[in-house]
Design a protein around this ligand. Structure first.
Ligand SMILES: Cc1cc2nc3c(=O)[nH]c(=O)nc-3n(C[C@H](O)[C@H](O)[C@H](O)COP(=O)(O)O)c2cc1C
Length: 139
């Protein structure tokens, strides 16, 4: 059974390129082995991540994410069964939230800055789907 997890979280310390690269390196290596795919969006404060894969693998990763001290206030926006992946081509793509222009944020969120906690489930999915086109460039 395939599951899609979408969550928002807050960085606990300033995240520079080095920290981000370390997160992405581990994520890509491990996700490949566990057949997990997805996208990470970050803007210096907030993370928004979508992770797709088999239920056991997604659940195990979620428990690790809850325990990861590099971020906190992890809030699950979606944990649902899906029939197909949105990000099948990426073990973990990355997009800086700055890539999202103001009209895109306004269309899918409730504020003009990147605040993933303000997203509804439908809003988060529409936003991630709109960002998907850019994932090919930033992965
Ligand atoms: C924002 C963020 C996103 C992460 N995404 C992933 C991911 O997609 N896959 C993954 O294996 N680990 C990811 N991690 C790292 C996990 O929290 C955890 O450190 C990693 O899976 C190693 O856990 P382990 O050493 O206990 O096996 C992420 C961490 C952060 C802070």
């Amino acid at each position: 059974m395939l599951i899609r997890l979408v969550y928002a979280s807050t960085a606990t310390k300033p995240v520079n390129r080095e920290v981000l690269d370390a997160i992405l390196k581990t994520a890509r290596l491990r996700n490949e082995v566990r057949d997990l795919t997805g996208l990470l969006v970050f803007d210096h404060q907030y993370f928004l991540q979508v992770i797709e894969g088999h239920r056991s693998a997604v659940s195990l990763l979620l428990s690790k994410l809850f325990a990861d001290s590099r971020h906190s206030e992890l809030t699950v926006l979606e944990f649902d069964e899906i029939s197909q992946r949105m990000f099948a081509d990426w073990s973990m793509s990355f997009i800086p939230a700055a890539t999202a222009n103001r009209p895109l944020l306004l269309r899918h969120g409730v504020s003009s800055h990147f605040d993933p906690y303000s997203f509804t489930k439908a809003g988060a999915l529409a936003f991630l789907s709109a960002m998907r086109g850019d994932a090919a460039i930033s992965s």
